[in-house]
Each structure stands twice: as C-alpha cells, then as structure tokens.
Write a protein that binds this ligand. Structure first.
Ligand code: HEM
Length: 213
C-alpha cells in the first residue's frame, strides 16, 4: 500500500511540476533546440556552484544547503528504493547508510533553516498574493510569486521534526510494540510528504534563480 501511494504521489507531483514549467515559462519563449537544452542543463548545473558574488557567510549557507540536499537524496534512495523497486524493507547495508546520513541531514537541515529563515520570512508581497487570490485577480497568480518557495521551505522545516523524532523516539524503550509500529508508519508517511514538498521546493527555488539570472 505504502509503495503504491508513494509511486503515484511522486509521479503526480513530478507531472504537476512539468505542466507548471510549460504553462508558466520563466522567459519569454522556450528554446527547445539541442543548443537550448544543453544551455539549460549547464545553467541548472551552475546553480549548484558557490557563486563568486556570494559573501563568505552566503557561501557557507549554500554549502550547508547543498549538503542537506545531498543527504536528503541519499536518505530518499535508501529509504524508498528498497521498498518501491525491490519490494523489501530497509535492512542491512542500506539501513546502515540510511542511519549514518540521517544525523548529518538533521544537523545540516537545522543550520540551513536558521540560515535561510530571514530570507524566507513572509512579507507584504505574499500578503498581496493572498489579497489577489481572494479578490479574483488571478492573472499570472501561479507564475510570479515567491510564496510557493517560502511555503515549501517552512513546510519542509516543520515536517523534518516528525520524520526525525518518530525514529529517534522509537530507538528508546518508551513506547510498546504497537507504538513502535505507529512511529514507523508516521516516519515513512511524513518522509513521503517531505519528499513531495522537497520536489516542489527545489523546483520553485530553481525557477526563482532562473528569473534572477
Ligand atoms: C532525519 C532522521 C532520520 C532517521 C533517524 C531515520 C531513521 C530510519 C530508520 C532507523 C529506519 C528503519 C526503521 C525500521 O525498519 O524499523 C527508517 C526507515 C525509513 N526511512 Fe528514515 N530516517 C530519517 C530520515 C528520513 C528521510 C529524510 C527520509 C526520506 C527522504 C526517510 C525515509 C525512510 C523510509 C521511506 C523508511 C521506511 C523503509 C521501509 O519501508 O522499509 N528517512 N528511517
């Protein structure tokens, strides 16, 4: 059941991202030629570099953010792939890798959240977005807003708590067998929602970077 829900929800969110990308292009026109696609890929790649213009603090923040994303990718691969592709539970070396990267992820995520909290605070612009939504001024509403990136940032920050705490608490003899089963379910379903939120967040952050560049 978890495998089916995971596959479908990830496919649907990825599909929505692709539809949004084509429905709301960042530039005036989309270059789908070979050269254009190569340029696009190089542009995406350069987003992961530490830019020359960044201050030392900015570089450190971005570095921690990148390590967080890398750890998250490893946790995703080790947590989901055995169940979704091989149909087996997380065990053996995969479990060891998962448990090794988990604390690194938790610590880096906390530092990244503190580092980017100021940048992701809600401002007058987001309030204007809500006003436009409620007053039916919907033209370009889903294309030109930083609200999505900020919302997914805070949602992710909140979701990390149940994901981490469910597993940390189940490592101690606090809850009984049934309690541990519930915590395990809580861990993997919260992890799934976190994956969906992270896909949207990375997409929206990349869109915003494309606009600036
Ligand atoms: C942040 C701290 C984390 C810790 C301490 C942690 C720890 C663990 C442990 C020990 C298990 C095995 C549980 C068992 O078999 O009884 C597990 C399972 C799992 N973890 Fe994590 N994890 C963390 C984060 C994550 C994240 C961020 C993801 C997703 C990206 C994730 C996805 C999963 C999934 C899907 C399973 C279930 C695998 C299965 O169905 O067999 N975990 N985790």
């Amino acid at each position: 059941m978890f495998a089916i829900i995971s596959i479908w929800s990830i496919v649907i969110v990825l599909g929505l991202v692709v539809v949004h990308w084509f429905a709301c292009p960042v530039g005036d026109k989309r270059d789908l030629s070979f050269g254009g696609l190569v340029r696009f890929k190089v542009h995406v790649l350069t987003m992961f570099f530490l830019g020359q213009k960044l201050s030392l603090v900015g570089k450190l923040k971005k570095l921690v953010y990148m390590v967080t994303l890398l750890c998250f990718l490893i946790l995703f691969l080790t947590g989901f792939v055995p169940r979704l592709i091989c149909g087996v539970p997380l065990s053996g070396y995969t479990l060891m890798i998962h448990a090794t990267f988990a604390p690194v992820f938790a610590v880096c995520a906390m530092i990244a959240i503190v580092g980017y909290a100021q940048q992701c605070r809600f401002t007058r612009e987001e309030l204007d977005w809500v006003v436009r939504l409620t007053t039916c001024k919907w033209k370009g509403l889903l294309c030109n807003s930083a609200l999505g990136g900020k919302l997914t940032f805070w949602l992710g920050a909140i979701l990390i708590l149940p994901v981490a705490l469910s597993m940390i608490s189940s490592m101690y003899p606090i809850f009984g067998t049934h309690g541990q089963e519930i915590l395990f379910e809580l861990h993997r379903y919260c992890a799934l929602v976190l994956v969906l939120v992270a896909i949207c967040h990375v997409y929206l952050v990349m869109r915003a970077k494309f606009k600036v560049d």
